[in-house]
Design a binder for this molecule. Structure first.
Ligand code: ATP
Ligand code: MG
Length: 253
């Protein structure tokens, strides 16, 4: 059984069919990528999986159980976390506080208790801060812990979103164009981070335009074009697929 399965997903907005009978499977422990030209429906697919939208048709299974129609917070608490194409941080909060917001509801409730201020609860808050710090270290931006998130570089903000996404201790994390805006050095580090995420036991489903990243790290690739899944396979096979070449170059090879 795949960890995540989207079967025959269709979603329409008015006259537009953003995703049209598209399916994908993500195996546990893999890095699976979703690629395709602008407007293909990739982010919309993520929005269906993460509960932002309920598809008009089709079903989404996580560990074999239906999740389509559930709310975002339920899906997140159930083990699916995500980042956003348009970075979505709490801009006035520090990097560390942004990670703390990402903690699983069960952990957050103990933060609330800590506001009551007994000595034990103060101790708990210190532990939570240390724990949040571990996530910042994991993505390599611990130096920014006390900075207001809007003052971080673009690449650091992307990494902070990933740290916050991991703080909910998901089984899978969905990354929507994680390297957009990163420089070459940051991209090289990002490839290593992806490996560390998988080694930690978190499966990755990623939307990305950067072909070097996609081809270098993906175990499996899906290609959407105009809402339709036109190809899927190992990166080296997808790269050679004439339909994929045509979708990207807009002509015959
Ligand atoms: N809430 C919405 N209302 C209306 N149309 C929408 C909505 N969300 C997405 N769409 C449309 O669905 C189509 C797919 O958009 P989507 O953002 O999923 O593409 P994408 O593959 O992520 O593209 P990009 O690579 O540019 O991020 C587009 O035509 C878009 O305008
Ligand atoms: Mg998108």
């Amino acid at each position: 059984m795949a960890l995540l399965e989207a079967n025959n997903i269709t979603i329409r907005f008015g006259g537009i069919t953003a995703v049209n009978n598209a399916s994908l499977k993500v195996e546990k422990g893999s890095i699976t990528s979703l690629i395709g030209p602008n407007g293909a429906g990739k982010t919309t697919m993520f929005n269906c999986i993460s509960g932002v939208y309920t598809p008009n048709e089709g079903e989404i299974l996580f560990n074999g159980k239906r999740i389509d129609g559930k709310r975002c917070f339920q899906i997140c608490a159930g083990g699916i976390s995500r980042t956003y194409q348009i970075i979505n941080l709490f801009w006035k909060m520090t990097a560390l506080e942004n990670v703390m917001v990402g903690f699983h509801p069960r952990i957050k409730s103990s933060i609330l208790h800590s506001l009551l201020g007994t000595r034990k609860q103060v101790q708990e808050e210190i532990e939570l801060r240390q724990r949040a710090m571990e996530y910042l270290k994991f993505v390599g931006i611990e130096d920014t812990w006390n900075m207001i998130s809007k003052n971080l570089s673009y690449g650091q903000q992307r990494l902070l979103e990933i740290a916050r996404g991991l703080a909910s201790e998901p089984e899978i994390i969905l990354l929507d164009e994680p390297v957009a805006g990163m420089n070459t050095a940051e991209k090289a580090e990002f490839n290593k981070l992806l490996r560390r995420i998988v080694d930690k036991g978190v499966t990755v489903l990623m939307i990305e335009h950067d072909m070097n990243v996609i081809m270098g790290v993906s175990d499996y690739v899906y290609v959407l074009e105009n809402g339709v899944m036109i190809a899927n396979g190992k990166p080296e096979d997808v790269q050679k697929d004439p339909a994929v070449i045509k979708a990207y170059l807009g002509g015959d090879e």
